[in-house]
Design a protein around this ligand. Structure first.
Ligand code: NAP
Length: 285
């Protein structure tokens, strides 16, 4: 029987530490700004929980709600207004973006010094170059989970299913930085089950319930399910948990696995941005 990799407890520990450190900072509270535009009920739920978590950690959250039909210029102007606002430490541009808004333009417009999601090309470059920076919350949460459970990463074979800029690619970079041998798979990968069976660590971020079954997992593998799909009120991961759990050594539940860590790391990233801004200010004559 596999051990469950529970993100809830670890997320609680991270959030308490962040709240303590944020509360000890001099001056105004850490401020996280969220730009929303798409008319998307699921993302409205995520935004509400991010803002609530922020307030629970003693941080301030502000929002700019744009109409779903906002132009690209209008959207980028809203981002620039937050860049220029000295009372804002961190900016989230909530996904999905409305149709017609270029995600690359959005990611490049958020100042790297306020880029809490780690999507700016400067932070992406730092991640791949092995430099310090702000990195995407969900893959960073996966790394924390693996580390918290003392799971070996260096020298292991890792397969990641999904190649998005927000999960799959940064996940690959982080595992590589920790000396795993990494393969990134996607919808065009031939013989996905055979490739996945080579993995000591299998991370899946697809968004299709049951896409990973018994035939994708070798005995004793560590299985991390990032996928979240809504089935009515029920949340489902990518992994057929009942089929896979008996053969792997460790597995994340959905919900309660990676999900809680995403918000905890978001708060941690916001705190890091604020501390870095304070340090820059203190160093300015
Ligand atoms: P995305 O941008 O839609 O990317 C999905 C990836 O899955 C793509 O690379 C796609 O391949 C690949 N894919 C689709 N069908 C496949 C198949 N049958 N076999 C192999 N690969 C397949 O999604 P995302 O933003 O990365 O999110 C992925 C999942 O993670 C979603 O369920 C999302 O809700 C969840 N998520 C969870 C958290 C959390 O906090 N737990 C955070 C973020 C995202 P192509 O590139 O070839 O199309």
């Amino acid at each position: 029987m596999a051990s469950l990799l529970s993100g809830r407890e670890l997320a609680g520990t991270i959030r308490s530490r962040v709240a303590l450190e944020a509360g000890a900072l001099p001056g105004r509270p850490v401020c996280l700004a969220v730009v929303t535009a798409a008319d998307d009920p699921a993302s409205a739920v995520y935004v509400a929980s991010k803002r609530k978590a922020c307030e629970k950690a003693g941080m301030k959250s502000v929002g700019i709600d744009l109409p779903a039909e906002v132009s690209q210029d209008g959207y980028l102007d809203a981002v620039r207004s937050l860049n220029d606002d000295p009372t804002v430490d961190a900016i989230i541009c909530q996904l999905p973006l409305p149709p017609g808004i270029d995600p690359h333009a959005v990611a490049s417009t958020v100042l790297p010094s306020k880029d809490v999601d780690g999507f700016h090309p400067e932070n992406v470059g730092r991640l791949w170059r092995g430099e310090d920076g702000i990195f995407p919350c969900t893959p960073l949460g996966v790394m924390r989970l693996l580390e918290a459970y003392g799971l070996e990463i260096g020298g292991r074979r890792a397969v990641i299913v999904g190649r998005s800029n927000i999960v799959g690619k940064p996940m690959a970079a982080l595992l590589l930085r920790s000396d795993a041998t990494v393969t990134l798979a996607h919808s065009k990968t031939p013989d996905l089950p055979g490739l996945c069976r080579t993995a000591d660590i299998l991370v899946t971020a697809v968004g299709r319930p049951g896409v990973i079954g018994r035939g994708h997992v070798h005995e004793g593998a560590v299985v991390v399910d990032v996928g979240i799909s809504r089935d009515g009120d029920v949340l489902r991961g990518d992994v057929d948990f009942e089929a896979v759990e008996p053969v792997c050594s460790h597995i994340t539940p959905v919900p309660g696995g990676v999900g809680p860590l995403t918000i905890a790391i978001l708060l941690e990233n916001a705190l890091r941005l604020r501390k870095a801004a304070d340090a820059r200010k203190a160093a300015t004559p």
